[in-house]
Design a protein around this ligand. Sequence first.
Ligand code: SF4
Ligand code: SF4
Length: 443
Amino acid sequence: MISEREIMMPVLKGEIGQSNFLAGVDRPDYDEMTRCTHCGMCLQFCPTYRVLGLEADSPRGRIYQMRAVAEGRALVDEDFAEHMYVCLACRACETACPAHLHYGSLVEAARGQIEARRSQPWGERLLRFLIFAQLFPYPARIRLLAGLMRLYQISGLRAFARFLPGRLARLEPMMPTLKGDFFPARDQVYPARGVKQYRVALFNGCIMPVAFGPSNAATVKVLTENGCEVVVPSAQTCCGAIDLHAGERDLGREVARRNIQAFERLNVDAVIINAAGCGVALKEYGDLLHEDPAFVARAQAFAAKVKDVNEFLANIGFRAPTAALPMRVTYQDPCHLVHGQNIRLQPRQLLQSIPGLELVEMAGADRCCGSAGIYNITQTDLSMEILDEKMEHVRRTGATAIVSANPGCMLQMQIGCRRAGIDAQVYHVVDLLAKAYNLEQSN
Ligand code: SF4
Ligand code: SF4
């Protein structure tokens, strides 16, 4: 355990020894780590530090540990791995940090180092191979799996879920209710309504089209309503965020190259994404491929075009709907939108433009909900503890709907409502905007 006093001690350059990070594998950027002044401004914004109260599970403590490994004073061992994986990678510390440290890329690289030297049991290795290399990069396989899950959900077998062995019984209630998928025909183009002003491409994602297919259709709707011709390239694949969060950096690079090839030929003004976690990964393709001479410039050009749908609509001066949607909603900031992309006002502007809709802010709306990719599966107890606090804030708003802009957060909010017994619907921002546009057209 690292003491508070040790954290506060400056690390002198003269102490630097042989780095314990592997050569040939991305390392956390040493210069970036040394920019941490140990000021501690990030601590109270860190969900894991708030719950666990341990310096080693704070941003400052984790950076200290990475630096100790880089300087040969500590090992990449199970203890190091635990603190790196207890982190939600929510990047709340980036927003709080006066030095604007890029913590997210540090922790992703640290996880890459952990995975590169970990000798996993073959069962775990096989599972990782199946999930990261054989499932997520293939939308058709995700669709097939989603179909099987849907069959299971409507078969009545869920009633027997409590008889599942061990951990499975605990995780089963967290299975999302799949809302119908969104897989347009090959390279489908949706024309703009009225005068075409932009040509954009939709990044369909991997979880969104199966878990929240109607939200992707709503994204197309709000874009076409606002003068966009929308193309959905069929050659696209998962953004790679799930690989990067799990330390599978080579797989992340592989899918990044596939996506760049799928989108660069389309000649679009913007690549639109409605999942905040994917948005960050896509916007960081330039960094991810910075050592690939064949792709670095293409990755930067692609990343420059990526826009979150909230960001894009606010930038182009979206049209406010005229039909009223009388409802009381609260908004949960996805970490990767508010901290990863500094997009805080735009989703609120979109919601507040809807006549009749009342937006009630919850306390700590920009605090992580505990979803964080697959964190609620890998760190279930901590994730649920963070979620339960969040749901108390939701309850106090009296809202009958929770709005967010990321599939992980939306699924976590659904779980939270079930756990807390809160009767609230969960929406993406674009669901409500599209609903209002549809209403005005049916009046
Ligand atoms: S990313 Fe989130 S959980 Fe991780 S250190 Fe930063 S604030 Fe804490
Ligand atoms: S706020 Fe930034 S500089 Fe200060 S301790 Fe946290 S990471 Fe380091």
